[in-house]
Structure formats: structure tokens, C-alpha cells
Design a protein. Sequence first.
Length: 222
Amino acid sequence: MKPCQIVVLISGSGSNLQALIDAIKRGDISGRIAAVISNRPGVKGLERAAAENIPALAIDHKRFGSRAEFDQALAETIDQYHPDLLVLAGFMRILTPEFVNHYTGKMLNIHPSRLPRYQGLHTHKRAIEAGDRHHGASIHFVTAELDGGPVILQSRLPIRPEHTPETLAADLLPQEHALYPLAVQWFCEGRLKYTPEGVRLDDQLLSKPIQYEELTSKHRTP
């Protein structure tokens, strides 16, 4: 069976990219990263990709006169690699509906909150200021609504009184690094699908996000 072809979009350090690279090396993801593309040149995530001999490309969004022009150039580059899956891993750009529709059903994103809470930016700060007892991360299919696509998998992290936005973000990273490879593997195995009715896992329609902490070890490790 041909490995799942994955293109990863990043904007920064690429820690979730590294988690995917490591999972592929362990054999936990039956796929290969065909390319890594950043909208910001010179970021560490591109260095991570180059170190693994993965094509590492920068398409600077500042060189384009409009969001639509950038998205068109981005899509043209992505399509050269014929991906089965497009993974947003800290890609800090709002995508046009035309771009999203082009990849409907094969684009995943990770967001640092328990969606639908705290769509957008500054999620850690907002969770602390709201007095939330728990925080977390979410994996979802991407739709035209910002951070509004159907959620597949979530984690839960207690918020301690001493947490700052920075320490909460740091404590959440290990959960992010566990969630994303798992969801990507489900997709690569053909178990995870986006349908007109909603998200299906193992042909079962998900009525609510799967909670990572409630998964058995059988589900957690492919």
C-alpha cells in the first residue's frame, strides 16, 4: 500500500512538525512528509525539515498583494506534491474559502484550546482570565469558518493557580504532540473521514469529539 503523502504547513518553530517526523520514524504513522511549507522564511521548522531531507519551502506572504494571491501560489506549490493530507501545524494564516474548499476533507489543524472555546489567538491567556479549570488542545478538520471545523480529538489539562499563559502553553505541548500523530495516523489508515454528515471514525459518526484521556491504549498506539 502506498504511504499517505503529507504536506505540512508551518509558520514557526515546528514542534508539532517534529512530533509528526518522530512518529513516522517510529512507524506510528503509515505515511511520509512530502514537503514542508512556511509562509515565513528562516523559521526553525524549515530547519527541522531540511535536517530530515524533506523539501523545505518558504512562500513569504508579504510578497503578495492580497490573501487570495498568496493562497493561489500556496495551492499551486502544494499540488505539485499530490498530497493525500494537508496538515496545518502552527500555520498562522487565515485561509480563503477558495483554498479551503480545494482541500475539503483532507486538511487537518491543531488548535490550542478545547474548541469551540477560544477560537482565534491568545487562547492560553483567555482561558486563565476566564477562570477555567481546564484547558486543552483540539484536532479538527478545516472549514471556511476560522477554527470552526468539526473537532475530532481533544485533550484536557488542569489549569493551576500558578499558571501563566507561557507556562500553560509549555505544559500543553506534550498533549499536542500526542494528539496530532494519532489523528494523522487515523486518516492515513483510512479510518478517519470527513463526510457531508460529519466526521466518521471506523465508520461511526462522531456525535462529539473523542477525549484523548478516555482512549484505551489500543486506540492510542496504532
